[in-house]
Design a binder for this molecule. Sequence first.
Ligand code: ZN
Length: 476
Amino acid sequence: MHLQRTPCILITVDCLRVDHVGCFGYKQRTTPNIDRLAQDSIIFTNAFSNGPYTTSSFPSIFTSTILLRYKGEDLPLSPERPTLTETLQKNGYSTAAFHSNPYLSSGFGYNRGFDYFEDFGAEPIGKEERIRGLKGQIHGFLADLNNRILTTLKAHRMDRTVLSRVFNLLSFYYTCLVGYSGARADGATITEKAISWLSKNPSSFIWLHYMDVHGPYIPPRKHRDKFCSERISFYQQAKALSKRETPESVTRREVDILIDLYDASVYYVDECIGTLISQLKAMKIYENCLIIIAADHGEEFTEHTSFSHGCKLYDELLHIPLIIKLPDSMSHQEVKGLCSLIDLAPTILDILKIPRDISFDGTSLLSMVERKSAGRPWVIGACGNSDEEGKKKKLFSLRTEKWKYIFKEGMSDELYNLQTDPKEKENLAKTCHEIREKLKSKLIQLSSKVYYDLPSTPSVLMDKKMKMRLKALGYS
Ligand SMILES: [Zn+2]
């Protein structure tokens, strides 16, 4: 097939932990298709996100800037910051995106530079989409009602009552029973739409973002049965899912069920990626393609007392898979140097030989691939959290190969030796003064440069539908 430009496919998987991907060492067979792609690609074993949730990490991917520049989270992309997509479009690329994360919707500015942008935010067309929309509204309604019950109990200083727990369980039972195609588009739909675009526009830049690994973990039933070590009922599945909000009450067995469900969801996304790659091969463009697979962040399974992905800067949330298949190359390489999501945009432009007309915080990873550099000396992470009184607090991390320093506004800081304590359990902030001071002053130097004097970014006006979808995804 004649190609005007090198096809570029960016695949991001929400919440995909690096240690649950086969080619990065996971023992379960969750990702046979990604592993096969990795054989023709460069894998980066020390790639890190710059934030632990979508709104804190995606600005890094599309604008190669750290969250410090945004003065917060839950904000749209700054209009002053050009995106990777805009640069590609300006250089003649057809551009298309397929995803269903409301935080990455056009309302948050992620449509900038895309000729076609499918974020499933429009009114449903056709019977099938209307049914999906209705399911999503019911999911959102149940999640909203649950939040209201909990808020009322809290206001009256009452602990979670039996009523609240039963309601929560019932709402997850409903979710397990009807599936979860309402609040988000499933992987098969995303893949199908992308393939349809690709068949007509093979020289495009295409971004696919999969939400199926994001909680609640409701994989298709056949995938669930393949990964759960023993058969579980809908009731057991719903019970484990409903307890994620009260991690102190979860048994080890329930954590294992949640991990099995998560793995089954990873397997499902891998299957979708396999379908996409088969299509590239059928179109005979696989070899010429630039393909990138990354996650926006990881997922916690009580390593630091909770589930999901809140404002914490530990490695289960920041260490991500990163795979790059170069165009016209089918060779495998493993790169161990430190890198992060801010390096993606400059790498993509470098590989496609497109001149940068924008400034980036990141640097191209090609110099590491060509062994001209050993990787970045540090990776920065950031997120925001509300305290008991609802006041926003910022958390920043500075990671080197050996150390991680975490600065928390208004709280005591943390320091971990990642070589002797990779699970980040022993806080050395009070004992290793010299290292702590060194990393702290570096962090202050970096943050004072970019953070404190920035104008605020306008907030996003969310419609009722978007709010419901976010609630159904577990955001209150
Ligand atoms: Zn995310």
